[in-house]
Design a protein around this ligand. Structure first.
Ligand code: SF4
Length: 84
């Protein structure tokens, strides 16, 4: 299976790569989405494509479109909220 073409620009993936403990939750998402068969279902990828760049994707958004554990959507733009 090919890797997602956004790997190098994706804050989610960069964050995972820099996470020394490679938290299990994030590891699962990378396995399923970034390097797996669900990459075309990634909400981060969709938002990046529709809004025109990875800079528009909230840093705390998981590939499934939910906020990371312990965070919320309060800083997400209306444009992002409309797309999820
Ligand atoms: S989180 Fe989504 S956009 Fe980012 S690298 Fe993984 S599959 Fe690609």
């Amino acid at each position: 299976m090919n890797e997602c073409q956004n790997l190098e620009n994706c804050n989610f993936f960069k964050r995972f790569e820099n996470d020394k403990n490679k938290h299990l939750e994030l590891k699962g998402f990378v396995f399923m989405f970034c390097k797996g068969r669900k990459q075309d279902k990634c909400v981060r990828k969709k938002i990046s494509q529709i809004l025109g760049g990875s800079q528009f994707v909230p840093p705390n958004m998981l590939p499934n479109g939910l906020p990371m554990a312990g965070t919320n959507k309060s800083n997400w733009s209306d444009n992002v909220i409309k797309l999820i």
